[in-house]
Design a protein around this ligand. Structure first.
Ligand SMILES: [Fe+2]
Ligand SMILES: [Fe+2]
Length: 221
């Protein structure tokens, strides 16, 4: 009996030990997982500023301030782009869009009025970056077809940014029940889409081909 009891006791003891070890290991794993989950979320989740928007309405107003700044910055930059372009269609397109941009600024002021907010501009980092890129492209190209192609490239990035922004603003305005504001924003959205088409046509009709020819000439020389 004693001989059978011993191994049983031994075996029970080792089972108990192994269970305890397993439990400790499981606890350690659980702690590790929790710590990992916590540190992942601490690493990935952006801490909101004290001024952070709490609802869609606030986000809508913030986004309006952002595009208001962007349009104002753009209206100052467009004449410079026109001055640096050489293709007549491109120059006419940029000049036309400068006038449209002035109207778009006035439309945004109308939207601010509809929602009962003061028209305030808040720096748009995206537009700031896009305009800097446009400046860089002009600095890194000689005037002529190649610079024109560069101006189109920079301008289309700007138009696509605006299309995305006005699309979002229209959706926000509709969701918030500002149908009149949504209609105004939609007018601008369509104008931005048309500006993008005009730029594409200018690129495909002459400018990109002329720029490619200039490239060929350089290669021959
Ligand atoms: Fe615009
Ligand atoms: Fe635009």
């Amino acid at each position: 009996m004693a001989t059978t009891a011993k191994p049983t006791q031994k075996s029970t003891g080792s089972t108990a030990k192994s269970t305890a070890t397993k439990t400790t290991a499981a606890k350690a794993t659980a702690t590790k997982t929790t710590t990992a989950a916590k540190s992942t979320s601490a690493r990935g989740v952006v801490k909101a500023k004290s001024s952070a928007a709490e609802g869609l309405h606030e986000l809508f107003v913030d986004s309006l301030k952002d595009i208001y700044w962007a349009e104002k910055a753009l209206v100052k930059a467009l004449p410079k782009m026109a001055k640096n372009a050489t293709n007549e269609n491109l120059i006419a397109g940029i000049n036309n869009h400068t006038t449209e941009t002035e109207e778009q600024i006035a439309r945004l002021e109308q939207v601010f009025e509809i929602i009962g907010k003061k028209a305030v501009a808040k720096k748009c980092e995206a537009m700031d970056g896009l305009l800097k890129e446009g400046q860089d492209i002009m600095e890194s190209t000689e005037p002529g077809a190649v610079r024109d192609a560069g101006i189109i490239a920079a301008s289309q990035k700007i138009e696509h940014y605006e299309i995305a922004t006005y699309g979002t603003l229209c959706a926000f305005a509709k969701t918030l029940g500002y149908d009149d504001a949504a209609e105004i924003l939609h007018t601008t959205l369509e104008e931005e889409k048309q500006a993008d088409i005009t730029l594409t046509e200018a690129a495909y009709n002459t400018i990109n081909f002329d720029a490619a020819e200039a490239d060929d000439e350089n290669e021959v020389a």
